[in-house]
Design a protein around this ligand. Sequence first.
Ligand code: ATP
Ligand code: MG
Length: 400
Amino acid sequence: MRAWPTNLPGVHVANLSLTDFRSYDTVDLGLEPGVTAFVGPNGQGKTNLVEALGYVATQSSHRVANDGPLVRQGAARAIVRAVVVREDRRALIELEINPGKANRARLNRSPVSRPRDVVGLLRTVLFAPEDLAMVKGDPSERRRYLDDLLVARTPRFAGVRADYDRVLKQRGALLRTAAQARRGGRSGRRADNDAAFAAAGAGDPLSTLEVWDAHLARHGAELLAARLELVEALRPLVAASYAALAPNSAPAALEYRGSLSIEAETDRATLEERLRAGLLEVRTSEIERGVTLVGPHRDDLFLGLGELPARGYASHGESWSFALALRLAAYDLLRADGGDPVLILDDVFAELDNQRRGRLAEIVAPAEQVLITAAVAADVPAELVGARFDVAEGSVQRVR
Ligand SMILES: Nc1ncnc2c1ncn2[C@@H]1O[C@H](COP(=O)(O)OP(=O)(O)OP(=O)(O)O)[C@@H](O)[C@H]1O
Ligand SMILES: [Mg+2]
């Protein structure tokens, strides 16, 4: 059934230890390859554990946009340590989460210059209730899916993404200053307005803007080219996973929808030119509105079911299947280019009917390591036998 068999060695986590992370003051868990289930009532800290592992992989949380909530109430910083094993090699990754300040990372007890340098040592695919937003939510959810997967496959893209975001922010600030100067202008005297507008760019605003256009087009084209290629690779995998989960539904389709109309195989240099030209075309409205109107930050990944868009049309069950199919496709790609990633299934089985539960269990069972959270043991499918921890009142006890 899986489209991409691979013989590459996978990774697993042998130890996870947390200090002042979320609800935990300290916890230390020995883990093994195969299936591990964390079982316990609501609000006891199951998701907190797997969120920490996800953080080791991506240095971001699947639940919150910034790091503040990850630090235990009342503590100044959180520490997450994980021992990651690939064949006979072990790596100890330590992350210190300092909200509002720079995080720090150590690899095998030695500091690394940038925390980003340890991204990629642990690769995970995390399934969570929040995934439904990929199908039902804003384009930003789907951009994040694509960009997170790009970074997981090629950690260098963390830098490309950060560069693009930085340029976007700076160009935005310039546009807003220009917009303000313009607005101020309508009520004031014309000469004052022109002076204010000129000041916005610390010189000639148009030539300053041109410099930022060039940066935006360069980083944007790199991101765009990678996204287009990724969508091509994902398309058959998502369709196959969706058909396996929901065999009676219309076929799933993916299409990259950009602020520019471009074909999948457009090369990077052409994309860069098109972005620059696109920015020039919208310049007047950009200056009026104070926002960058063209570029990968405005794009979307269109999800279709048969002739209809999934968003706004798909049933709840179909939306869930689509979200799972997107994650399973990510799993296929990651394992094809680097061996099994660690699979994390946060509370997903409770949401599925028996048929889809069974299918999902069948697909994930052979993975090198699968971590599952569930409120009740009955939600863990029988196919997924393995270790079990009970999670209650801040303690995590191995029971099997
Ligand atoms: N920064 C924090 N400091 C202290 N406690 C926190 C912090 N962040 C979250 N919590 C607590 O952690 C608990 C939630 O843990 P978690 O989301 O892991 O629960 P869960 O076991 O997955 O529950 P469910 O079955 O409902 O998904 C909540 O009680 C919340 O108050
Ligand atoms: Mg939970």
